[in-house]
Design a protein. Structure first.
Length: 253
C-alpha cells in the first residue's frame, strides 16, 4: 500500500458571497471568511468566479489576491475573459470547470475530449504564467487520460454524484461512485497527475474520500458555510479538518 502524504483542505468561500449578494452591499464579506478559514486550518482558499457573477465578484478576487497568506485556487470556465483575469492575477492554482448558465450548481465534470486541442492551447499560457492547472472532471478513465494529454498537472474529481447518492439513500449507487473515485484517483496518480476532489462533501461523506492515499487536496464549501451558521466558521472547519485527518490516519493502518 502507498504511504498517504499530507491531505490539504481548500475552503471554498463562494456561498458567503451568495448570502451577501442576496441583499447587495458588503456583508457577509467572503474575504473575511477566507481569513477566518486560514486561522481555522485551511491550507488554501477556493473561489469560483462564475461568468454570471452570481456569487464571487471580480473585486472579491482582487481582494483575495491581496489578503491571503495561503494559496488561492481560482475556479473558472475556459473562456477568454476568465483566462485574461487569471493571467492578470497569476493565482497559485487555476481549476478549469464546466459552466452552464442555467444550472443551480456545477453539475458534472468537464468533457475534455469534446475540445481537447482548444483546452491544451488554453491552459498553456496559464501554466507559463506559473499557475498550477487543474481540470475538474468526473471519475472517468477517458477524462483522466485526456487531462494528462492536454498537459494539466492536477485533476479534481467531482464528488457530487457520490454525495447525492449518499444523501438520497441510494447505497449501491453511493458505493459504486466511491469505487470509481478510488479507482480514478489511483489511475490519475499512476499517470503522474496530482489528485484533488470536491463538491458536495459533508461530515458524513468526507472520510472515505479522505482515506484514498492518492488524494492530496479536498475542496469543500457549501456544507461548511451552512454549518457555520449554527456553530461558527472556525469550529465548522476545525471539525472537517479533524475528520479528514482521522480518516487519513485510519487508512495508514
Ligand atoms: C466547481 C465547484 O464545484 C465549485 O465551484 C462549487 O460548486 C461552487 O458552487 P456553485 O457550483 O454553486 O457555483
Ligand atoms: N471544487 C469543489 C469546491 O470548491 C467545493 O464545492 P462545494 O463543497 O461548495 O460543493
Amino acid at each position: 500500500m502507498m504511504d498517504s502524504p499530507e491531505l490539504r483542505l481548500g475552503v471554498n468561500i463562494d456561498h458567503v458571497a451568495t448570502v451577501r449578494n442576496a441583499r447587495g452591499g458588503d456583508t457577509p464579506d467572503p474575504v473575511r471568511a477566507a481569513r477566518l478559514a486560514e486561522e481555522a486550518g485551511a491550507d488554501g482558499i477556493t473561489a469560483h468566479l462564475r461568468e454570471d457573477r452570481r456569487h464571487i465578484s471580480d473585486a472579491d478576487i482582487d481582494r483575495l489576491m491581496e489578503a491571503l497568506s495561503v494559496p488561492l485556487n481560482f475556479e473558472m470556465a475556459a473562456t477568454d475573459e476568465m483566462q485574461a483575469i487569471a493571467l492578470r492575477h497569476k493565482p497559485h492554482a487555476v481549476c478549469i470547470v464546466p459552466e452552464k448558465r442555467e444550472e443551480r450548481t456545477t453539475e458534472g465534470g468537464l468533457d475534455i475530449m469534446r475540445e481537447e486541442d482548444r483546452l491544451a492551447r488554453f491552459i498553456t499560457p496559464l501554466r507559463e504564467a506559473g499557475s498550477r492547472v487543474s481540470i475538474f472532471i468526473a471519475a472517468d478513465a477517458a477524462q483522466v487520460e485526456a487531462a494528462q494529454r492536454i498537459g494539466a498537472e492536477v485533476i479534481e474529481l467531482h464528488t457530487g454524484a457520490y454525495c447525492d447518492a449518499h444523501a438520497e439513500g441510494r447505497i449501491e449507487d453511493r458505493d459504486a461512485e466511491l469505487r470509481s473515485l478510488r479507482d480514478m484517483s489511483a489511475h490519475a496518480h499512476s499517470l503522474g497527475l496530482e489528485v484533488h476532489a470536491g463538491h458536495g462533501l459533508t461530515y458524513d461523506t468526507v472520510a472515505p474520500v479522505a482515506a484514498f492515499p492518492e488524494v492530496r487536496e479536498l475542496n469543500i464549501g457549501h456544507f461548511l458555510i451552512g454549518e457555520a451558521i449554527f456553530r461558527g466558521l472556525e469550529p465548522a472547519i476545525a471539525e472537517m479538518r479533524a475528520r479528514m485527518d482521522a480518516a487519513r490516519r485510519g487508512s495508514q493502518g
